[in-house]
Design a binder for this molecule. Structure first.
Ligand code: GCU
Length: 421
């Protein structure tokens, strides 16, 4: 009898978790509840932002709210970097580029973290503007080149990319090359800098004992940093290194990230003003999409499946989205006046394309306040018709992915803002 009861409990739990995973979320526009967004130009105490000085203070206020209530506080950094090795390959891609693998040690007192950075630079006499983005499964997955080192860090398992046992594998070499059109990027004069996000923090609920978290001896509380903050912190450390590399124009480092890494780059760009531009692709819930617009991925889902991406405080907003002191348009506003590009995909309803677009519109008041264009339209662009201002947006055909079309739009956007290099 006891065994039967246990069996029934397991069965019910099993069925309900499958049901929860099958099709959670609202996909009916008519069921999106009415909501009022917090105004980025009004202080918490209700007074208005009237001057640029006011904005500096209000910006700090918003950043603090995102730190304490959403992503967790990124600790102050007083450590140092050491370049362990640089393996250059000159006249790469028929003389188009130079490739470098840089093994970097990030040191905090007695503790250290090693990250392996892969860099492609166009052969030019001038320092190159670069796109900087994490990859999901290791540098060797972004290209078929046989001599790109495999990461030794904890890697997510993925049957499709033939990764199991959390170890990067030779069999996954080049499996994600379609997302990284390296030659096209180089031929337009841009460089590419990438590293595996697992090098900085394993994407696993591991008690925050490894990766970037392990560098800091910290008592955890409800505002402590989650993994997205750790990944954002890692991008800043890579930036510290890029600033020392004379072949790179560190005033033109453009962050790029897809999905959870799209959430990460928005937060990284909001937290570190050295990044000149941010490109966020299919970032959805707690990325570019408005949280109060209940459509696509529910907050409940993300807070249950991957709570360690955020600080503990964030969990209290599940089902109480209207109580959040911020919404995601303010994350974009924190990046102002720097350019931001948000990319959606027509079939990626999980990431709520309309919510991503509306965020761009709502962030624009801050751009206007700072004398910039913001997003130049109130109407959602039609599919495959990018619209660009200081904020750019497109929705393309297809699904949750990064395509050559996306990259072409991002490079057009970078040309538009930074071509005079
Ligand atoms: C899940 C998660 C999304 C996230 C995505 C990803 O689908 O629910 O919020 O963006 O993973 O990062 O791949």
């Amino acid at each position: 009898m006891k065994k039967l009861i246990i069996f029934l409990i397991i069965l019910v739990l099993g069925i309900s978790s499958v049901v929860a995973q099958q099709d959670p979320g609202n996909y009916d526009e008519s069921k999106v509840p009415a909501y009022t967004l917090p105004d980025p130009l009004v202080f918490n105490n209700g007074s208005k932002v009237l001057t640029k000085r006011d904005w500096v203070k209000r910006r700090e206020e918003i950043h603090k709210l995102f730190s304490e209530e959403v992503y967790g506080i990124i600790p102050k950094w007083h450590g140092k970097l050491e370049v362990i090795s640089v393996s250059p390959k000159k006249n790469f891609f028929d003389g188009l580029a130079t490739r470098e693998e840089v093994l970097l040690k990030i040191i905090n007192g007695e503790k250290e973290l090693k990250v392996l950075i892969l860099i492609y630079l166009p052969n030019s006499s001038k320092p190159a503007p670069v796109f900087l983005g994490y990859n999901f499964y290791g540098n060797h997955t972004i290209s078929n080149e046989p001599d790109i080192s495999l990461t030794s860090a904890w890697t997510r398992n993925n049957d499709l990319y033939r990764i199991s046992g959390h170890k990067a594998a030779e069999a996954s070499r080049g499996m994600l090359a379609s997302r990284w059109p390296i030659k096209k990027i180089l031929s337009r004069g841009y460089g590419l800098v990438t590293l595996h996000y697992g090098d900085v923090d394993p994407d696993d609920s591991n008690g925050f004992n490894n990766g970037a978290h392990a560098l800091f001896a910290q008592q955890r509380d409800s505002t402590s940093w989650g993994s997205i903050s750790a990944w954002a912190w890692g991008l800043s450390r890579v930036m510290d290194y890029l600033e020392t590399n004379p072949k790179i124009d560190s005033r033109k480092v453009f962050l790029i990230g897809h999905s959870r890494l799209g959430k990460t780059v928005l937060w990284a760009g909001a937290s570190d003003k050295r990044f000149a531009m941010v490109v966020s692709i299919n970032s959805g819930r707690v990325g570019a999409a408005l949280t109060r617009r209940i459509f696509g991925e529910p907050l409940e889902y993300i807070n249950t499946a991957v709570p360690y991406w955020f600080c503990d405080n964030f969990r209290k907003y599940t089902g109480r989205e209207n109580l959040l002191p911020v919404d995601q348009h303010e994350l974009i506003a924190l990046i102002a006046p720097r350019p931001v590009y948000v990319a959606s995909a027509e079939d990626d309803l999980w990431a709520d394309p309309k919510g991503e677009f509306l965020s761009c519109v709502a962030a624009s008041s801050v751009y206007h306040f700072l004398g910039k264009m913001g997003f130049p339209s109130q109407t959602m662009p039609s599919v495959n018709h990018p619209v660009i201002g200081t904020i750019g947006y497109h929705i393309r055909t297809g699904n949750h992915d990064v395509t050559l079309y996306d990259w072409q739009c991002f490079m057009d956007f970078a040309d538009f803002h930074f071509k005079n290099y």
